[in-house]
Design a binder for this molecule. Structure first.
Ligand code: UT7
Length: 331
């Protein structure tokens, strides 16, 4: 919020990765692909999959939030708001955020889901920030979680190699120092909706035997088109947030990009004039975990982050949606 006396900051981060590792070698046995193609075209070597009957996105998100509460010494009763970013909710309704709260003993607060695909974490963080800066809430949990394996067609080689399951969560509070979120840019362009979509199961095309037979409940992606938009929009918005705030690339300690394709990440770093050693990159281990990629990076790099480090978080995803966040790491 402009001119707010309160600055919102990330004050803790945690994540959850399911145990099962789906490697490129295993995918070679499932579809006509090979390790070399996947690595060179996407940067991915393996991804995690949540196995087990009856388990959904809340089973990824709940342990991530649980760990976050433990490490930040926060009681469930202290949480004022919980936002879950996901495109693979446990159910179309009720919201997965409600289920996570119930599983953790968080009651009588507002909780809701945000659907912004791979930009979900950016959109949710911006929302959380505004509640904190407006003075409404003091402790807000944002969790990005997706069980992508629930909507992946494992006979489609163009998509099944890309996605994995995971969750990452952050705590947002009023900053106790001068550091925190500096600026956010969030954008959407619904005309891109046809290029990356789950065609059926919603109100426009409810589930029928025909929609199941036609595989319309799986991810449909026109990869080349999405790539073209992603590579320009993510780079543009990351450069724009630096210019807008008169921040030079030398001042950036880390770029934290959504992990969809290493080539998109490299193009963004190049546009920002950043060397790749300043870029958080774990796509090789986890693939594209949609709303979880950015908090997973923060979690993995947490020990290397120093108070006052300037970070740019950026994403592009289905919708289309995209955005960037400039912040000073606050602890
Ligand atoms: O997360 C948010 C949004 N999502 C993205 O940002 C994803 C954006 N798109 C991409 O990352 C890339 O477009 C993909 C990784 C999905 C595909 O890479 P590409 O370099 O754009 O490949 P392509 O779709 O143009 O396919 C090139 C060739 C095709 O063969 P022909 O027509 O040249 O003979 C494909 O059939 O590669 C073939 N191909 C494969 N070959 C081996 C496609 N998938 C595979 C595969 N293994 N898994």
């Amino acid at each position: 919020m402009k001119n707010s006396p309160i600055k919102a900051a990330i004050t803790g981060v945690a994540g959850y990765l399911p145990d099962y590792i789906l490697s490129n070698v295993e995918l070679e046995k499932m579809v006509d692909t090979n390790d070399e193609w996947i690595k060179s075209r996407t940067g991915i070597s393996e991804r995690r999959i949540l196995k087990g009957e009856g388990l959904g996105t809340s089973d990824l998100a709940t342990p991530a939030v649980q760990k976050l509460l433990e490490k930040t010494n926060t009681a469930p009763t202290e949480i004022d708001l919980l936002i879950c970013a996901t495109v693979t909710p446990d159910h179309l309704f009720p919201a997965t955020s409600n289920i996570i709260c119930d599983k953790l003993g968080i009651t009588n607060i507002m909780s809701f889901d945000i659907s912004a695909a791979c930009s979900g974490f950016i959109f949710a963080l911006q929302t959380a920030r505004m509640y904190v800066e407006a003075g409404y809430y003091k402790k807000v949990v944002v969790v990005g979680a997706d069980k992508m394996s629930s909507i992946v067609d494992y006979t489609d080689r163009s998509t099944c190699i890309l996605f994995g399951d995971a969750a990452g969560a952050v705590l947002i509070e009023p900053s106790s120092n001068e550091f925190g979120i500096i600026d956010v840019i969030t954008r959407t362009d619904g005309s891109g909706r046809e290029f990356l979509v789950q065609k059926s199961g919603g109100s426009v095309s409810p589930s029928t035997e025909k929609t199941v037979a036609n595989k319309e409940h799986y991810i449909y992606q026109e990869g080349k088109n999405v790539f073209k938009f992603a590579v320009t929009r993510m780079a543009d918005v990351s450069a724009e947030i630096l210019e807008k705030n008169n921040v030079s690339s030398d001042e950036i300690a880390w770029l934290v990009p959504h992990q969809a394709n290493i080539r998109i990440i490299e193009a963004t770093a190049k546009r920002m004039e950043l060397s790749m050693d300043k870029v958080m990159l774990n796509i090789q281990k986890y693939g594209n975990t949609t709303a979880a990629t950015i908090p997973l990076c923060l979690w993995e790099w947490e020990n290397q982050l120093k108070k006052g480090d300037k970070l740019v978080l950026t994403a592009f995803g289905g919708g289309f949606t995209w955005g960037a966040i400039l912040l000073d790491w606050a602890y």
